[in-house]
Write a protein that binds this ligand. Structure first.
Ligand SMILES: *Cc1c(COP(=O)(O)O)cnc(C)c1O
Length: 822
């Protein structure tokens, strides 16, 4: 909060009635969620009443926790009797009081507040703008997509007096809501991102929706909009007048002209300002939605006084924003993109972009309902058909009366169903198999039933991979290095057990620069899965030269003979090849040593066919402080070897040395590239940043049977397990053949069932394991977590004297991998 308040002051602001102490406490935080209270003595708990919950029911337990001030409805029966324990502020309506308190705090903030509304892109524009401005000065921004009647006031309480700007998004679902948010936010600067064509419940027409959203800007000094959104532009012009608008466009004639030029892997945005000065931004995306969002960010940053160079600096550091769309494993190896509640053209465009970024499957299928928009149906459906065509959709499943019109314009295969019920009934006839399926429709069509039918039922043992957690971890390491330093991700050993193709594809989307695999066939598999990034192969063999060449893989060369053989091969084939040189500075595994460098130089000159893409070394003890001196010696030796070799070259190869632990411990040695491994998969081995990473994988299985045993009975092979007392055991469907280490036998290992720890009893079998579940409520079919959030790999590894790497990579390939975005 900007200013801490006493219960008396709060009472005055919300015009309530105060019971209990009035001055004792100083309130600096506001909470509506009983689970998120960190400092109870300085927190005001606001009891809100919703359809499914009532905050008032938490009051007794929060009193015990030590919360000192409560805002409650004036008919809350217990207030008088417990007001000796805390302050109670009684009001007619706690929602209204929350708004009043937020408006008061807002009025104390004298720096610019940016308010963002629109149909799509609000959260991304807010996040990016926050990141760009945040490099110059402290900025407050609403968390996640806190944009509702409750989220906005809570966001305001997150502003601190030291913030130089605040960025808040405002979302509404019906008429009458925006003026309430405006009364709190009163943004000096507004951004109206865009407006969807969907006819949303709660608005009679699109014009009404536009008008309602624009209410956010009633008192704004400036509002930013894009001229191409003609309806928005016109409405704001009529409402606010030209002086208060900042308009940008692809074309000349507005305040800012921002034209886009696309290159294969990034885009350039040419900015022309009113004074005709020109600046070129380089941005890492190509899809239309991102290009619009980033241009809003550029204009807002300029309006807030940033220089173009600072803005470019911020854009270069942008972190990938986690995806809103959900990816789910489907039946018959299908992959589902669940976008059930999206129903306008802008949303469809986003979803199709997202679809194009996924790994190719046999077919692209779109299941789409009527669009309940208000525009001209004929044009809209023709547009939809063109859009699907453009994204190379193979099969359209259309549901509803109106969407029929799209079918005549669509050239791919299609099926029509009158309603969701008939689609669900006929779904098995559609023979979905290994397809990529986008499911998107209006709320009324209740497409969650379709998702439910197509979703894979998980049974047996599965490894679930959360790709958003992967993004999180990637961003963590990216934040530790300079923006231009490249990242090579180690996806050897099936991406540390996670499944290489899917993970590599996600990395490609996030903008990783390089991949590395152990063997050539792993690289071939990635190419066959459509991965385009450069791939380094750590252990190439002579037999695989032809595959290296065919699939554009880049071998590591670590010996003189191998260099010569490869050079001769390339000369014979009349081809060039990118290679990487491994320098041994202490690992003593593979690699050139100092004494080989003279001969190596000669070979490099003899075989110009082999182009040295990079030179690297590997640290042996970056995870442990104890080896600090040794690590530094390795790094310094490596640099010496690099310069020795470079004297024979007319170009400069990339240099790289750091693995995950090295990145956090020796960022000053990041050089041109770093090699990220285990950290990406959620294990921070150096221990310096415990808790900063998210586990990306959860290994799960199910209970096959529960048995009740008497004291003294024995369990499993060799009768190693024994009941000390009467109790029950559960048999689960995972054993050492699945990669569940046999060393977990006899109580060394444990799992989580319904959040409770259950130890292994007896020996781990090949396909099954028994657990002691005495005292726990366990049934056949219950889910069992082997590791994942709640069971750390590090702890498990320590229990059996190994390292997390081994546990991750031991998971057998017969365990099904499923990928999702949460
Ligand atoms: C596996 C590997 C890495 C990654 O190491 P992590 O400790 O998993 O980060 C880096 N470089 C080389 C050469 C490797 O083999």
């Amino acid at each position: 909060m900007i200013q801490s308040l006493t219960p008396r002051q709060i009472t005055d602001i919300v015009q309530g009635q105060l019971l209990g102490p009035s001055e004792d406490a100083l309130i600096s935080m506001v909470s509506i969620d009983s689970r998120s209270i960190l400092q109870p003595e300085s927190t005001l708990f606001v009891a809100l009443k919703g359809a499914k919950f009532d905050g008032h029911t938490f009051v007794p337990s929060l009193l015990d926790l030590g919360v000192s001030c409560f805002l409650v409805k004036n008919d809350f029966p217990d207030a008088a009797s417990i007001s000796h324990r805390a302050s109670f502020i009684l009001v007619d309506n706690t929602h209204t009081a929350l708004h009043q308190l937020a408006a008061y705090q807002r009025s104390l903030f004298k720096n610019p507040l940016v308010g963002i509304t629109g149909s799509n892109g609000k959260t991304i524009v807010k996040e990016w703008l926050g990141q760009v401005l945040g490099r110059k000065f402290p900025v407050a921004k609403s968390p996640k997509s806190y944009n509702s009647q409750v989220g906005v006031p809570l966001s305001v309480f997150g502003i601190h007096a030291t913030d130089k700007a605040a960025i808040m998004e405002a979302g509404i679902s019906k008429q009458g809501e925006m003026s309430k948010l405006e009364a709190i936010l009163k943004p000096e600067i507004g951004i109206f991102t865009n407006i969807g064509t969907a006819h949303e419940e709660g608005f009679p027409s699109m014009e009404d929706k536009l008008k309602e959203k624009a209410l956010l800007f009633d008192h704004s000094k400036f509002v930013i909009c894009r001229k191409e959104h003609a309806a928005i532009h016109q409405h704001l012009l009529d409402k606010l007048g030209e002086e208060r608008l900042i308009v940008w466009s692809d074309d000349v004639g507005c305040d800012y002209t921002l034209t886009v030029r696309k290159d294969p892997d990034h885009a350039k945005i040419l900015l022309m300002r009113p004074d005709l000065s020109i600046f070129t931004f380089s941005v890492p995306f190509l899809d239309e939605a991102s290009l619009e969002n980033i241009r809003h960010v550029i204009v807002a940053s300029l309006t807030l006084g940033l220089e173009p160079t600072d803005i470019q600096e911020g854009i270069s550091h942008l972190k990938a924003v986690e995806m809103r769309l959900t990816l789910k494993p489907g039946i018959n190896d299908c992959l589902l993109i669940d976008d059930t509640y999206n129903n306008d053209l802008a949303g469809l465009r986003l979803a199709l972009d997202f679809m194009s970024a996924q790994r190719p499957k046999d077919r692209k299928v779109v299941i789409l309902s009527d669009m309940l928009q208000v525009g001209k149906p004929q044009e809209v459906y023709q547009k939809i058909a063109e859009l699907l065509q453009y994204h190379r959709v193979d099969f359209l499943v259309a549901v509803g009366q109106h969407i029929r019109q799209a079918l005549s314009h669509f050239q791919g295969e299609s099926r029509h169903f009158a309603d969701t019920k008939s689609l669900v009934a006929g779904i098995s006839d559609l023979n979905f198999e290994n397809d990529l399926i986008l499911i998107t429709g209006a709320r009324e069509f209740r497409f969650e039933q379709v998702v439910d039918r197509l979703q894979q039922r998980i049974h047996g043992t599965t490894l679930e991979i959360n790709l958003n957690a992967l993004t999180h971890n990637y961003n963590f390491y990216k934040s530790k290095i300079l923006p231009h330093t490249k990242i090579m991700v180690m996806v050897k050993a099936f991406a540390y057990g996670g499944g290489a193709a899917e993970i590599a594809n996600h990395l490609q989307q996030m903008g990783a620069d390089y991949l590395a695999v152990a063997y050539t066939d792993e690289g071939v598999a990635l190419r066959e899965a459509g991965i385009k990034l450069p791939i380094m192969v750590l252990n190439p063999v002579q037999e695989s030269f032809i595959h290296l060449q065919q699939f554009h893989l880049e071998p590591v060369v670590y010996g003189l003979d191998f260099f010569k053989q490869l050079g001769k091969y390339c000369r014979h084939q009349g081809t060039d090849m990118h290679i990487h040189l491994d320098f041994d500075t202490g690992m003593h595994r593979l690699g050139f040593e100092m004494e080989h460098l003279q001969d190596l130089k000669t070979l490099i000159i003899d075989f110009p066919e082999l182009r040295i893409a990079s030179m690297y070394t590997h640290l042996v003890g970056a995870d442990e402080e104890a080896h600090h001196d040794f690590s530094i010696r390795q790094l310094e030796d490596f640099l010496k070897m690099c310069s020795t070799l470079e004297s024979a070259l007319s170009y400069r190869p990339l240099r790289h040395a750091l693995n995950s632990a090295g990145i956090v411990r020796y960022p000053e040695y990041q050089m041109d590239m770093v090699r990220l491994g285990i950290g990406l998969y959620g294990v921070e081995v150096s221990g310096l940043y415990e808790g900063h990473l998210k586990p990306i994988s959860s290994l799960k299985t199910t209970v096959s049977q529960v048995k009740h045993l008497k004291a003294g009975e024995t369990i499993g092979y060799s009768r190693k397990g024994k009941m000390d007392q009467d109790g029950q055991i559960a048999t689960i469907a995972i054993g050492y053949a699945d990669g569940y280490d046999r060393r977990f036998s006899n109580g060394r290992g444990f799992v989580l069932i319904h959040g409770h720890r259950a130890p292994v009893i007896g020996n781990v079998c090949m396909d099954m394991t028994m657990l002691d579940v005495t005292g726990l409520e366990v049934r056949e079919g219950d889910e069992v977590l082997i590791y994942g959030p709640g069971i750390s790999l590090k702890e498990l590894a320590e229990r059996i004297g190994t390292i997390p790497y081994e546990l991750l990579t031991n998971i057998s390939s017969r365990v099904k991998r499923v990928y999702y975005l949460d």
